[in-house]
Design a protein around this ligand. Structure first.
Ligand SMILES: Nc1nc2c(c(=O)[nH]1)N(C=O)[C@@H](CNc1ccc(C(=O)N[C@@H](CCC(=O)O)C(=O)O)cc1)CN2
Ligand SMILES: Nc1nc2c(ncn2[C@@H]2O[C@H](COP(=O)(O)OP(=O)(O)OP(=O)(O)O)[C@@H](O)[C@H]2O)c(=O)[nH]1
Ligand SMILES: [Mg+2]
Length: 439
């Protein structure tokens, strides 16, 4: 399927969520939107005779002029609309039956059902937003937490494109200098016109790339696995973080056998907590399977909480925690400590001590410095483009002027791809395929 086909069609879709709602919206966009609206709406005036930015009250009628529902027709005239084309919104009562009849009537009158994301695709192709903004629309539609909503809202306002454009401008300036000097190779470009600005560009790209993990975590959420020896207090900590007794706790080592998941929101990030079987060698086949599973879960987790009982003599963890994504936790801090360690957070689920610090440490580990950054890279497509730009800039720094110019051009292309000024149809297909119909 390619999106470029059918761009002259007038499209229609139900834009509100499925199910009953106070109000439902059917949206039309394209050259014939006003005609189609004329054919199914009867009010004091005709949509085609209405100025942009105005609405009409009336009734929606079927082919036999029977009333489907009463409601509003909102008229937007090209180019002042979401898509940049003529748009009519039919706002009716939000029942699936009404919405389907309206949709069917619009199709009878010549509109085509919109594909997922097609309204936003038209807005993009019409130059009303860049690709990063279109992805932010998707982010806003799917925002599960306030952090992801905020990032998407910033993206929609063009914050990412603005930051990328600033980087591109610096590269372009260096490139212009290089090109000017290409005719006089014996002189060479002075460092303040080449090495210094490229160093700045490299640092800016690195800073931008450091936000990618946070962007991914904010949109997709993170998985946190609790690991440790039997009786370390894993299930107790899971329950304490959740605020309810999800997992069985007993004084008997080996209580948790299969893993168990629960979700919560922490620092605006959707988190899946995974409780696992205590790590030990055991002849019990079921428990041993649970232990193997625990190790697999740790390998896949975004963050591992490695728990050790602070009230008992310290023993080996029983596994190799992944260094860059582990937080070490000393449990049962309300009891007399048997050991201590500066790199370990002490918590007690009984007294509650250390729990706020643990939440903060989780937040810092997942979001890092990005929490302070204004804009984040929010998906793999954007991150990949930024990474390629960085590679080219780095390569350019070590190359003679003529080859460096070639690399800088590649960096500029990668950045243009990031904001979507230079993308292939395949990329567009991939981006918009994730949208829902009506967006
Ligand atoms: N009813 C409704 N609500 C909605 C949308 C919509 O399409 N319909 N949106 C869809 O995502 C979002 C708002 N986004 C929009 C962005 C631009 C225009 C628009 O018509 N812009 C014109 C006119 C501006 C003006 O009159 O000042 C323009 O920019 O030229 C409409 C919606 C969220 N709420
Ligand atoms: N005093 C004290 N006891 C705790 C604390 N956390 C857990 N315990 C006790 O330690 C015992 C084991 O706790 P669990 O949460 O079941 O430990 P686990 O790591 O899930 O154990 P397995 O499922 O067997 O691997 C229970 O008796 C808990 O009440 C704590 O903070 N303080
Ligand atoms: Mg347990």
């Amino acid at each position: 399927m390619t999106y470029r086909l059918g761009l002259t069609d007038t499209i229609v879709a139900i834009s509100t969520a499925p199910g009953a709602g106070g109000i439902g919206v059917v949206r039309l966009s394209g050259a014939r939107a006003l005609d189609v609206a004329d054919g199914l709406f009867q009010g004091r005036g005709r949509p085609s005779a209405t100025k942009g930015g105005r609405f009409l009250f009336g009734r929606f009628v079927d082919g036999a002029e029977e009333t489907i529902d009463e409601g509003l027709a909102l008229v937007f005239r090209a180019p002042k609309s979401y898509t940049g084309e003529d748009v009519v919104e039919l706002q009716c009562h939000g029942s699936p039956a009404v919405l389907r009849r309206l949709l069917g009537r619009a199709v009878e009158l010549g509109a085509r059902l919109a594909r997922p994301g097609e309204f936003t695709l038209r807005a993009y192709l019409g130059g009303r937003m860049d690709l990063a903004q279109a992805e932010s629309v998707l982010g806003l539609v799917h925002a599960a937490t306030d952090t992801s909503r905020r990032q998407a809202a910033l993206g929609l306002a063009g914050a990412l494109a603005k930051r990328v454009d600033a980087i591109s401008t610096r590269i372009t300036r260096v490139l212009a200098g290089l090109t000017a000097f290409l005719d006089y190779p014996e002189e060479g470009v002075p460092p303040e016109e080449r090495d210094e600005p490229l160093g700045d560009v490299e640092r800016e790209l690195l800073a931008l790339l450091s936000t990618a993990d946070a962007g991914r975590v904010a949109t997709k959420g993170a998985r946190l696995a609790l690991l440790g020896k039997p009786n370390a207090g894993k299930s107790s900590l899971l329950n304490a973080l959740l605020g309810y007794e999800r997992s069985i706790v007993t004084p008997i080592p080996g209580t948790t056998r299969d893993y168990l998941e629960a979700t919560l929101e922490l620092a605006g990030v959707p988190i899946t907590l995974v409780d696992t079987a205590g790590l030990r060698d055991t002849p019990d086949e079921i428990e041993a399977a649970g232990v193997r599973r625990a190790l697999d879960l740790a390998a896949d987790a975004d963050l591992v909480l490695a728990l050790e009982d602070g009230s008992a003599p310290r023993e080996a963890l029983g596994f190799d925690p992944p260094a860059d994504r582990t937080l070490r936790v000393r449990t049962k801090a309300d009891l007399t400590p048997a050991w201590s360690d500066d790199d370990t957070l002490s918590v007690s689920v009984f007294s509650g001590e250390g729990l706020p610090e643990l939440r903060e440490a989780i937040r810092a580990k997942l979001l890092g410095d990005a929490a302070r950054s204004e804009v984040w890279l929010s998906n793999e497509r954007q991150t990949d483009a930024a990474r390629r730009a960085l590679e080219s800039v780095r390569a350019a720094r070590d190359l003679p002027d003529d080859l460096a110019a070639w690399e800088l051009e590649a960096a500029l292309r990668a950045l243009a791809e990031l904001t979507g000024r230079d993308v292939s149809e395949d990329v567009l297909d991939a981006v918009f395929a994730n949208f829902c119909v009506g967006k």
